[in-house]
Design a protein around this ligand. Structure first.
Ligand SMILES: N[C@@H](CCC(=O)N[C@@H](CS)C(=O)NCC(=O)O)C(=O)O
Length: 239
């Protein structure tokens, strides 16, 4: 398929879910509008006309370019960042968002699956609740690392949706751990950081370094803005 109509992504500069889709849109060189939704004062039209669930990211596709507040009625409304990633891979088959080889495509999806089943929940509870488990987070990271090839990105030298799906979270985990940000007890953070920066995670550390150096990542992440949010957000404050 080729792009046939407008694309609007509704996003937030703080949202790792949105960044997944911003990366893929850039990689596909899509013609799109990125509209920042103010989540602290979410406009009524967003839930009414774009995503009834009220969450970003959300994407509209099709019809003529129009004001983001008024998406074309005929436009498809798509939400859930991982579904949007699959949609973009289908819409832009030439862009390499997924590899052409079916085995590598399966490996890309398995990589995302490890993140979703083994890292996402430990990440959420470790950083944003007082009783998350550092062990569970490290186990998840180890399982993801085990799927990495010896060099390059998730399924080879070429960046794919597998990298777009995990990179926004891995970099945030990296920054928060190294800057002692999150609800976890400080003593637990010290222990986790020591293991995370130790010889067990050499391959993961190189992967995160490669992610940070990638223009696709750099162009979609403002570290200073995000650091300010992590430091000051009520979800990360220790009592
Ligand atoms: N599973 C969803 C999660 C999206 C999500 O949690 N978005 C948050 C921002 S990071 C949001 O819109 N929160 C606003 C709200 O719930 O009102 C996805 O992958 O897209």
């Amino acid at each position: 398929m080729v792009q046939n109509g407008q694309i609007t992504l509704y996003s937030s500069p703080y949202s790792p879910f949105s960044q997944r889709n911003q990366i893929a849109l850039k990689q596909a060189k899509a013609d799109y509008t990125d509209y920042v939704v103010d989540l602290s004062a979410k406009p009524a039209w967003f839930t009414e006309k774009v995503n009834p669930v009220g969450k970003i990211p959300a994407l509209t596709y099709g019809g003529p370019k129009s004001a983001p507040e008024n998406p074309p009625p005929e436009a498809a409304k798509i939400n859930e960042s991982l579904v949007i990633l699959e949609f973009l891979a289908d819409l832009f088959p030439e862009a390499g968002l997924l590899p052409a080889d079916p085995v590598l495509r399966a490996q890309a999806r398995l990589f995302i699956n490890v993140f979703e089943t083994k890292i996402f929940e430990p990440f959420r509870s470790f950083f944003f609740t007082p009783d998350g488990s550092g062990t569970a987070l490290l186990e998840g990271l180890e399982a993801l690392q085990a799927r990495l090839p010896p060099s390059g990105f998730a399924v080879g030298e070429h960046w794919t949706n597998a990298d777009s799906a995990v990179a926004p979270f891995l970099v945030r985990i990296d920054l928060m751990l190294k800057n002692d940000i999150g609800k976890y007890p400080q003593s637990e953070g010290v222990k986790v950081l020591e293991i995370y920066q130790g010889p067990k995670f050499t391959r993961l550390a190189k992967y995160i370094e490669d992610i940070k150096a990638s223009p696709l990542f750099k162009d979609t992440f403002d570290e200073e803005t995000n650091m300010k949010l992590f430091k000051n957000h009520p979800y990360t404050q220790r009592k």
